[in-house]
Design a protein around this ligand. Structure first.
Ligand code: SF4
Length: 838
């Protein structure tokens, strides 16, 4: 029995390089439920982060009562982390689930039936279509729906309505990942594999607090670093995370660049590769374009200059570059510290540049994992509910647009392709003016997650835009809607989703949704029916009724594209789980890593984009792209460092950055309803360095006011291991409170909402908003009544032990019992190079 709140990564199972990660099955059952009492286990995968761990759902008496890892799953080899164990099921039976549709009457949301709610939606939709046309419609979806739901929504938007105004909250978390892939390799798609962890001799983590965001993946790394021949870890993060500690332990490097200076650091590392001859010239000449331009761009970023810009030691830059330059096989992982920061795409592309210069891509151990935040973000990008065209097609390529028009049997002019798709921040701006008068938000909570939240609240509550929200609960966003639709969640519907390393899982329906809640697929189908969308021959546009039929339709949309699902079916996904695309005749069992042959999808007629200028976001034209004759070669692209949009000033002398804690996911819609997780991280806080705290007379647990030019929050302070001059705030906390008596309620204030302070600015290429480079001030308000409500287990651990007993943080612990069973015989995993070697 293990308390996995305190023991986040579980017991170590160390092993040598080139051997298979041992299997261990982690399991959680609700208090009082014995394993023998479980009626059945239903195949699925965890939906609480992008890792996508294979999991079975325990069902008893028609309720979900627990989960266990799937030992044979290629992603997690049976393991689950705290969120997966404690957070997967409690929300489902929470008493505040939405069970009936709501409509706004006289300023209040009141319960109604489906016919009335859908009738109101369709009435507004048809009227606006007639009066203003399809550009009056916008859709803002999620990273948590299923593939079949995204594809259906994409067809409704692109072929039914013909609006380019579609995006997902993936814009906030993974847009830079997709953009960086497209710029370097010509199309989206994760090149690397998790099996690279078993084969590498160095791991670089860029702005990626993996121990808290993807705990099972970090356990996989720990099982290498605690083995006989550990890879060295290099950590790029302004906080002293567990990654930083592991870097120190393995003889690697912790680089803590000033917030907003990532690109300067990356240029410095790139320059060192050139300066020391750590470049595979022959491979680079055969497989890339742009090496001389890149050499010139980074030439001035000496370690000394980088040290001045970034506030790191010049020697640490040299050491990190040497580790990259002299390792046989480097694995790089990237996340929000790069994606949500200044010059996001340029910095993420720079990671690709390092790998391309070393010829380290497509080989075991030499991988890039541009991570995702949310579990099904990848599907949103693939299916086109984020605005891209389905199947990684290029909106600027008429042949690609025609392929879709043929597939859907609609006029090619219906499919939006006259300009780039509208990104989420722009959608909100159009909604603010009423240019978008119909906004449908599904499974996401922008009132908490989008930057400058006071602005977002004003947009969503205004009369200028009719807003539909479909979700599990009355979220901070749903409260502002005109119509609220109750949705079925994970385990209450069937569908597929694809994790960050292209691995596809089938998640089967385990129980019935509560009350009148319906699956998102059924809701979208009902809207399409009511709107009467037809193809050119007058037949219904959407020809599928079930999730399996939707999957089969999607499969055809991927034929001939990099994201090829043609070899997959529900039957194939049942049983041994975790199959990475492309899956087709050539690769019937899937594909562990892309680009093993050094050929990239950059051909002008095939690529997903012609590319952009990384500084301005200006587009490369088809003619310019064709003139470069990429012919399967990857692009080496660079850009100079520029200072962030908002630098510290006399009034706001500190740098504000938001992030995550291990115990909460996104805006806590699910994890906030898990007693175990919520006790571990119940309320918001900010982290401030001991030096900055002393300068302001702030002690552990004091109430402080954190203010930026856009707003202020009042929370308690954790004196923690952030770098001097930086302030960290977790972004999860809106004004919903898990009041025990009624299963949740709402506080009036937004005093703890981290995004009150962030800016409405975005990266010029990926259009991902910047959450990590605002200027702020922190002032002490009053004594706290104890320590800050921050966990002690991860990067939020207190920096000081010499605090008054009353303020001393108690160790974070107290999770319900889980079991962990180490398997003596490791299952056989498809596509595991270690097993192939043996
Ligand atoms: S690592 Fe992610 S997918 Fe795996 S159990 Fe934890 S939250 Fe779920």
């Amino acid at each position: 029995m293990v308390d996995r709140i305190n023991d986040i990564w579980g017991e170590r199972t160390p092993h040598r390089r080139g051997t298979t990660w041992p299997a261990r099955v982690d399991q959680y059952l609700d208090e009082g439920v014995q394993e023998a009492e479980v009626d059945r286990w239903v195949q699925s995968a965890c939906l609480l982060c992008s890792n996508g761990c294979g999991a079975d759902i325990a069902v008893k008496d028609g309720r979900m009562v627990g989960v266990r890892g799937r030992a044979g799953d290629s992603v997690n080899h049976g393991r689950l982390g705290p969120k997966g164990l404690y957070g997967s099921t409690p929300w489902a039976s929470s008493p505040d689930r939405l069970t009936r549709p709501l409509v706004r009457e006289g300023g209040r949301l009141v319960e109604t039936d489906w016919e009335t709610a859908m009738g109101r939606i369709v009435e507004v939709s048809k009227r606006l279509l007639e009066e203003k046309g399809p550009l009056s419609h916008g859709f803002y979806t999620s990273g948590q729906l299923f593939l079949e739901e995204y594809y259906t929504l994409a067809v409704i938007g692109k072929a039914g309505l013909g609006t380019p105004h579609m995006d997902g909250n993936t814009r906030l978390c993974t847009a830079t990942s997709a953009a960086a892939f497209k710029e370097s390799f010509g199309a989206d798609g994760q090149p690397g594999s998790y099996t690279d962890i078993e084969h590498c001799d160095a791991i670089f983590l860029y702005g990626h607090n993996m121990p808290e965001t993807q705990t099972v993946l970090w356990a996989r790394i720990l099982d290498r670093t605690r083995g006989e021949d550990p890879p060295r870890i290099v950590c790029v993060d302004p906080r002293r995370t567990m990654v930083a500690l592991e870097a120190e332990r393995t003889g690697g490097v912790h680089l803590a660049p000033r917030v907003g200076t990532n690109l300067a650091l990356m240029n410095g590392l790139t320059r060192e590769l050139f300066a020391h001859g750590w470049v595979e010239d022959e491979w680079v000449a055969a497989h890339t374009l742009g090496v001389e331009e890149l050499r010139a761009t980074v030439a001035s970023y000496t370690p000394t200059r980088v040290a001045e810009i970034c506030g790191v030691e010049a020697e640490d830059v040299r050491r990190a570059a040497r580790i990259f330059g002299e390792s046989e096989a480097v694995l790089s992982t990237v996340l929000q510290g790069f994606y949500q920061s200044h010059q996001a795409t340029a910095a993420s592309v720079a990671v690709h540049n390092l790998h391309l210069l070393r010829g380290q891509i497509g080989r075991p151990g030499s991988g890039v994992l541009q991570m995702n935040g949310q579990p099904t973000a990848q599907n949103n990008r693939e299916c086109g509910a984020d605005g891209d065209l389905p199947g990684f097609r290029n909106w600027d390529n008429p042949a690609h647009v025609q392929q879709l028009a043929d597939l859907w049997n609609v006029d090619v002019m219906t499919v939006p392709h006259w300009a780039p798709p509208t990104h989420a921040m722009q959608i909100m701006s159009y909604a603010a003016t009423g240019s978008i008068g119909f906004l449908w938000i599904s499974a996401t909570n922008p009132a908490v997650s989008m930057p400058e939240s006071a602005r977002i609240r004003k947009i969503l509550s205004g009369e200028q835009c009719f807003t539909v929200v479909q979700d599990l609960f009355l979220t901070e966003t749903a409260e502002l809607a005109d119509v609220v639709l109750p949705a079925a969640g994970w385990g209450e519907k069937t569908g597929c989703f694809t994790n960050v390393n292209r691995t596809v899982h089938l998640s089967e329906k385990a129980v019935e949704p509560p009350g009148e809640a319906r699956s998102d697929l059924d809701i979208f189908l009902a809207y399409a029916d009511a709107m009467g969308f037809t193809d050119m021959d007058g037949y219904p546009l959407i020809t599928w009724r079930t999730s399996e039929e939707a999957f089969d339709a999607w499969r055809e949309a991927t034929r001939g594209r990099p994201v090829d699902y043609t070899g997959l079916s529900y039957d194939k996904l049942r049983g041994p789980s975790g199959i990475p695309w492309p899956v087709n005749e050539e690769h019937p069992d899937g594909t562990d890593r892309l680009y093993a042959d050094g050929v990239f999808p950059t051909d002008t007629d095939y690529c997903e984009t012609y590319g952009h200028d990384l500084i301005t976001g200006g587009t490369v034209t088809e003619q310019e792209h064709r003139a470069m004759r990429p012919a399967g070669r990857a692009f080496l692209k660079g850009a100079p460092y520029t200072p962030p949009h908002e630098e510290p000033s006399a009034d706001f002398p500190l740098r504000y950055t938001t992030g995550r804690t291990v115990y909460q996911f996104h805006t806590r819609t699910k994890t906030g309803r898990s007693g175990d997780l919520n006790r571990a991280a119940p309320d918001a806080w900010v982290e401030i360095s001991p030096t900055d705290a002393d300068a302001r007379g702030i002690a552990e647990g004091d109430w402080v006011r954190v203010e930026s030019p856009r707003g202020a929050i009042e929370v308690r302070a954790r004196v923690g291991d952030v770098m001097d001059g930086a302030v960290f705030a977790p972004f999860h906390y809106g004004h919903w409170e898990p009041a025990a008596a009624n299963g949740g309620g709402h506080d009036d204030a937004n005093h703890r909402l981290a995004n009150e302070l962030t800016m409405t600015v975005w990266d010029p290429v990926s259009k991902q908003p910047t959450f990590k480079t605002a200027a702020c001030q922190v002032t002490r308000l009053r004594d706290g009544d104890g320590p800050a409500p921050a966990p002690t287990t991860g990067a939020s651990a207190p920096a000081r032990r010499d605090v008054a007993p009353r303020r001393r943080p108690r160790p974070t612990q107290g999770g319900g019992p889980t079991t962990s069973t180490l398997l003596t015989q490791t299952p056989t995993y498809m596509l595991d190079p270690a097993q192939e070697d043996s």
